[in-house]
Design a protein. Structure first.
Length: 121
C-alpha cells in the first residue's frame, strides 16, 4: 500500500468515525406519537403528543403503560366523557376515542404493543 493510499484510507476511516454518531442519532426513532381526534362536525382536529422514550416496549409493563397514555390522550382530544349528554354524543365519543387510539397504536408500529392493544380491546 502506498503512502498516498494509506493516507486516503486513514482519512476515510477518520471521517466515518466522525459521521457515525450523527448517523446513529438520525437513525434513532423518535419515541413519541401524536394522538388526534376530530370534533363532532369534523371541522376541527385536536391533538396531544405522547412520549414513550422512558418505556421499554419489549416488556409488557412498558407496552401497557403506553396504551394507558394513549387512552388518556384519546379521551382528552375527543372531549371529556362527562360532556356526552345524550346517546348521539356518547356514540361519537366512543367512536372518536377508538379511532384515535387505533391510529396511535398503528403509528407506534410495535408488534407487542399492537398485540396487547387488540387483545384488550
Amino acid at each position: 500500500m502506498s503512502v498516498r493510499s494509506a493516507s486516503l484510507f486513514l482519512a476515510a476511516a477518520f471521517s466515518a468515525c466522525l459521521a457515525a454518531p450523527a448517523a446513529f442519532a438520525q437513525s434513532t426513532a423518535v419515541q413519541e406519537i401524536v394522538v388526534q381526534g376530530h370534533g363532532p362536525a369534523d371541522t376541527e382536529t385536536h391533538s396531544k403528543t405522547v412520549s414513550y422514550a422512558d418505556l421499554d416496549l419489549g416488556r409488557e409493563a412498558g407496552a401497557r403503560t403506553l396504551l394507558q397514555r394513549i387512552s388518556g390522550a384519546a379521551k382528552v382530544v375527543c372531549g371529556p366523557e362527562a360532556q356526552t349528554r345524550d346517546l348521539q354524543d356518547a356514540k361519537f365519543y366512543k367512536s372518536c376515542t377508538q379511532q384515535a387510539a387505533d391510529r396511535a397504536v398503528a403509528s407506534v408500529n410495535n408488534p407487542g404493543v399492537s398485540a396487547l392493544y387488540h387483545k384488550n380491546r
